[in-house]
Design a protein around this ligand. Structure first.
Ligand SMILES: [Zn+2]
Length: 185
């Protein structure tokens, strides 16, 4: 998810490769005429973090959950620079964005993004698109997954738009779909 406000932008999750990251950064900087003030990978897998080195080369500040930095260290060797544990708030063009950890699910470090101004949740891989399968569970906590999403719904259940890590954008029904998918695990 890219949040653009005024002449500033924030990006949740890097593209997987350096080439795609360069293309994305150039598009935001040159076509949208924005300065990227932060990159926030939502968990340590390469579909969120793979392009982080490119963002660092362009002097873009990176923020991630403490565990994401820890796991990235073990796996990718290029890690976000600023850590948080529960919640992080940043201002983009004078409006607040939130990165928040609600518990384990797709991974032990998965966070979500929230933009209160437009009531948009970026669920990342914690949230499934409608009719999606469970996906890669190698690093998952399927036991906690539903309760983690329930906590997210309890706090930001008034959201209008929910963006999953893969597949189609929807509304709060994506949270319910995900809760049901992992219910009896
Ligand atoms: Zn993942």
């Amino acid at each position: 998810m890219i949040i653009v406000n005024g002449d500033e932008a924030v990006v949740f999750d890097t593209p997987t490769t350096a080439t795609a990251s360069t293309e994305l950064i150039d598009w935001i900087v040159h076509s949208l005429n924005c300065k990227i003030i932060a990159i926030l990978p939502t968990h340590f897998h390469s579909d969120c973090l793979g392009g982080i080195a490119t963002f660092h080369e362009r002097n873009i500040s990176s923020y991630a959950h403490k565990r994401t930095i820890e796991y990235a260290n073990e796996n990718i060797k290029n890690t976000p620079k600023n850590e948080f544990e529960t919640q992080l708030e940043l201002m983009v063009g004078g409006k607040k964005i939130i990165a928040e950890f609600f518990g384990e699910g797709h991974t032990k470090d998965n966070i979500i993004g929230y933009f209160p101004e437009e009531k948009v949740i970026f669920g990342g891989c914690l949230i499934k698109s409608l009719n999606a399968q469970k996906g890669y569970l190698g690093d998952a906590n399927v036991k906690d997954w539903s309760s983690t999403v329930r906590k997210l719904k309890a706090k930001y259940g008034g959201a209008r738009i929910v963006i999953p890590g893969h597949g189609k954008v929807g509304g709060i029904d994506l949270l319910d779909y995900t809760i049901n998918l992992f219910e009896d695990n």
